[in-house]
Structure formats: C-alpha cells, structure tokens
Design a protein around this ligand. Structure first.
Ligand SMILES: NC(=O)c1ccc[n+]([C@@H]2O[C@H](COP(=O)([O-])OP(=O)(O)OC[C@H]3O[C@@H](n4cnc5c(N)ncnc54)[C@H](OP(=O)(O)O)[C@@H]3O)[C@@H](O)[C@H]2O)c1
Length: 333
C-alpha cells in the first residue's frame, strides 16, 4: 500500500494560511552554513516562488536583520506569491552569546522592526523563536495576539516549545503552527510534541528536515564541511558521531537507489508521509535543490517503506545531540 502524499496545499492549523507541502528555509541565505551571495539568494527565492514553493521561513536573528532585509528585496513586487514566516525572541548579548526576550513590550518592538526590514504591511506567520523562561508564556502570546488584532500579523506560532507550554499558549490565543526540529535523525521531541499539536489542531513545521544536510549523504567526512560553515559546531558532525550517523543514512541511500530518487527526497518524503499537518522547510542556497526538495512531494513511499525507514532510524538512534550543550538548554522549554 502506498502512503498517499498529495501536493495539495497544507493548511496551517486553524488559520487562513495554506502552503505548498515543502517550504523554503531561508536561514542559510545569511551565511549560517558558509558564505552566501545576496544576488544568488534573491534568485533562489524568486525561483522557489515561481515554481510554487511559497512558504518562506526567516527570523530576525538570521544574520541579525540581514535575512529579513534580503527577503524584503526578493519580495518586492512578489509579496502576494509568498506565505511569509518570521520570528522574534533571540537577542544578541554583549560578548556575542544569544539571549532571549519574550517580554510583551519587546514583542511589539521586534515586530515593527521586522515589518520595516521585510518592507511588508503584514507578516503571515509570526513565531516566538525561543521560549523565554523568565516571562509567562501567556504574557508573550498575549502580546502576539494583539499584533494579530492590530493587523500586523495574520497568525502566530512557537518554536521549540514543549507540550505544556504549547497548551498554555494555545489557550491564550490559537497557535497556527509549532516549529521544531524534526527528521528521521531526531524525532523524540517531535513525536512527543505531535501528540499535543494534533490534539489541538496545530500544524507542525519541521525545521532542519534534512538533518542540516546529514540525511542527504552529502557529508561523508568532517573534511567535507568547509571552514566557517556552522555545521562544524554541531555534535552530529563530530568525527565519531558522523561515522555512526552515516551508518543510519545508508538505509535512506539504499531506498533512494531503489526508488530512483535522491536520499534528500526520501528523507523529506518520510516526513510528508507522517501526516498533512507536517510541513518540512528544507534550506538551500541553490535553485536546483529547491526543485529537488519540492520533488519529495512526488516520491511515492509505501507504508512498508515508511515503516522500514522508521525502524532503520529509530528514535534516539542519532549520535550526538541536536545542539551543542548550551543550545540544548534553550530548546524544548
Ligand atoms: N526555529 C528554529 O530554531 C530553527 C533552527 C534551525 C533551522 N530553522 C529553519 O529551518 C530551515 C531548514 O533547516 P536547516 O537549513 O538548518 O537544515 P536542513 O534544511 O536540514 O539542511 C540544510 C543543509 O542541507 C543542504 N541541502 C539542502 N538541500 C539539499 C539537497 N537536496 N541535497 C544535498 N544537500 C542539501 C544545504 O546546503 P546548500 O545550501 O548548499 O544546498 C544545507 O547545508 C532553516 O533555513 C530555517 O529557516 C529553524
């Protein structure tokens, strides 16, 4: 039996927003994984929109404003083609470490700054990027709901929130989406979270759905990660961990060969097959990979394929945590 994955737009929770089943993560267009080129990045965004990949994911902290300004340029004259998501709440601390700020007055200030950089009147989906443990979630979400009432934001979401936080937030104002890491590599937090998002009718936006490229098989050794590429600081790519993780990726590569598609497409197709509430947002700096990743919606996995992949990469199998230790303290709060 084939798991039916349609290319029909996926609705984001109870909101008015619908998106192509595979989005475009824009983070690396601001240099996260090595140098990026603005002119090329704008072409990638235009290419995505032209072929219907309409869900663009940004944040005010990607390049600390650069990403939103870049999208502002890319969207000039094309705003109506995009479902635009951005985020607030991570801040730059003196000395360079990341902080968090979920205070109501900051929410409003951050939104105004994002609207200005993006050059738009309204943000389609506005997320809190990290939960601020010093501010009750009701206060932060209350301020976000005021942005909806003021017409500055169409729908709201949280990133990396644990089930109890999601329930409290949703009671304050309905969330359209929760965005957290989810892939064949890391799915323990995601599977716990999905029980709650599904019960509440909230969509799940899967970030780093290619495991920050690991699941595509493109990185075979630490030497494949260029100097200055942020993947180098992630435990999953540390030499010993990478060797173990590549043994897991072999199962994806084998299925891709049998299906005459790429490992990246299989990894995304597995996510799409988990339910129509899931929207993966792979990131790439290359138009050809926008096409490849969107093509995952055409890959027909049988229920048996899905089950075999799930068994070959069981929850908890990944070597190395999702983030370095300091980053792990800020997620799933
Ligand atoms: N909410 C959060 O806290 C959070 C955290 C992380 C990410 N995100 C969002 O999620 C998006 C995606 O996550 P991500 O960029 O970290 O990871 P990802 O999508 O899992 O992987 C991106 C990496 O894979 C490579 N890649 C993409 N498509 C490929 C393909 N078909 N074949 C081979 N390699 C491919 C990219 O390189 P090239 O550019 O060279 O193609 C890049 O190095 C981000 O852009 C961001 O919008 C959110």
């Amino acid at each position: 039996m084939t798991v039916t994955v349609t290319k029909a737009p996926r609705k984001l929770g109870g909101s008015s927003l619908s998106v192509f089943p595979v989005g475009l993560g824009c983070m690396s267009l601001s240099g996260t994984y090595g140098k990026s080129d603005d002119a090329e990045a704008i072409k990638v965004v235009h290419h995505a929109l032209e072929r219907g990949v309409n869900f663009l994911d940004s944040s005010d902290m990607y390049g600390w404003g650069h990403n939103e300004s870049l999208l502002g340029k890319a969207l000039a004259g094309r705003r109506d083609k995009a479902v635009l998501a951005t985020k607030f709440g991570q801040t730059q601390q003196p000395g360079g470490a990341n902080g968090v700020n979920g205070r109501p007055e900051y929410v409003k200030q951050a939104c105004e700054a994002s609207l200005e950089r993006l050059g738009v009147d309204v943000i389609d989906l506005y997320y809190q990027h990290r939960v601020d443990p010093s501010v009750p979630i009701e206060d932060t979400v209350g301020a976000m709901s005021e942005l909806v009432k003021a017409g500055k934001v169409k729908a709201i979401g949280l990133c990396e929130a644990k089930p109890d936080t999601i329930r409290r937030a949703h009671k304050t104002y309905p969330l359209a989406a929760v965005q957290s890491e989810y892939s064949l590599l890391y799915r323990q937090h995601a599977e716990e979270t999905l029980q709650t998002t599904r019960a509440l009718g909230i969509s799940y936006v899967a970030y780093s759905p290619l495991g920050r490229s690991l699941l595509t098989g493109a990185v075979k050794s630490v030497a494949d990660i260029p100097e200055g590429d942020g993947r180098g600081r992630h435990p999953r790519f540390a030499a010993d961990n990478l060797a173990r993780n590549l043994q897991l990726v072999a199962a994806i590569e084998a299925l891709a060969k049998a299906k005459h598609c790429t490992p990246g497409e299989v990894a995304l197709a597995w996510l799409l097959a988990q339910g129509t509430d899931i929207v993966p947002i792979p990131g790439t700096k290359r138009s050809a990979r926008v096409d490849e990743n969107a093509g995952a919606a055409d890959v027909a996995l049988s229920a048996d394929d899905v089950a075999r992949l799930s068994a070959a990469l069981p929850p908890g199998a990944a070597a190395g945590g999702r983030y370095p230790d300091a980053g792990m303290k800020a997620v799933y709060l």
